[in-house]
Design a protein around this ligand. Structure first.
Ligand code: AMP
Length: 220
């Protein structure tokens, strides 16, 4: 299997779909948001810069993001494909990514564009909680996305936490950043004929649609 890139506005359910895909296809889920949040915990200059940019709802610099991603892609679990969640976020990253792929002798794979209405995304942000250990995503407002036990992850039993950037103010900024910087990628990948559009509705239905696209690929 090649790689799968998931592009979507904030709170479109990228993380949830990525987790389901990696379980089904047994390939790693690489979220640049997770890589950055992890690096933000380190008490060094880089960690400080990342923390500030995350809280401001801005994109973290391409240099830092690409450095963390390249490091991750060289790990052997990426040899049979992977799911990229949250990357690339702009055209510059897409171009730099192709250079990394060439260096690592990997193919581009396919791009799934997960679309969602802004109002629904906003509602998802308000109630979203994630597992601090396995990154599974739940929602305290949306009934079908609640964890079985309040505050506890169904998958690994760890504590559920609210992301510091999951508030309406940061969401609005992240959404604007998405429209300005990330949306142009849709045309970019459409021209390369690797883009597939999926409407993010109910979790299972969206997943079935993605799987049917993947099953239709020659190289799976
Ligand atoms: P996410 O977990 O994908 O919602 O990303 C959370 C935050 O991490 C974003 O608002 C950005 O600040 C940062 N981030 C994630 N991926 C990238 C990326 N590819 N380039 C720059 N910043 C990123």
């Amino acid at each position: 299997m090649g790689s799968i890139i998931l592009i979507a506005p904030p709170a479109a359910g990228k993380g949830t779909q990525a987790n389901m895909l990696c379980e089904t296809y047994q390939i790693p889920h690489i979220s640049t948001g997770d890589l950055l949040r992890e690096a933000a915990l380190v008490e060094d200059e880089r960690g400080k810069i990342i923390r500030e940019q995350l809280l401001a709802g801005q994109l973290v610099s391409d240099t830092i993001t690409l450095e963390l991603l390249e490091e991750r892609l060289t790990q052997t679990d990426c040899n049979n494909g992977y799911i990229l969640d949250g990357f690339p976020r702009n055209i510059e990253q897409a171009i730099a990514y192709e250079k990394i792929l060439e260096k690592l002798n990997k193919k581009l794979g396919i791009v799934i564009y997960l679309d969602v209405e802004k109002e629904l995304a906003c509602k998802r942000i308000e109630g979203r909680v994630i597992c601090a250990l396995c990154s599974s995503v739940y929602n305290t407002i949306i009934k079908e996305a609640k964890s079985k036990k309040d505050g506890i992850c169904d998958t690994c039993g760890n504590e559920l936490v609210k992301r510091t950037d999951d508030n309406i103010e940061t969401f609005m900024k992240r959404y604007d950043t998405y429209v300005e910087r990330t949306q142009p990628l849709i045309d970019y990948y459409e021209q390369k004929k690797v883009l597939y559009r999926v409407q993010s509705t109910a979790k299972e239905e969206t997943f079935r649609e993605i799987v049917s696209i993947l099953e239709g690929q020659k190289e799976l």
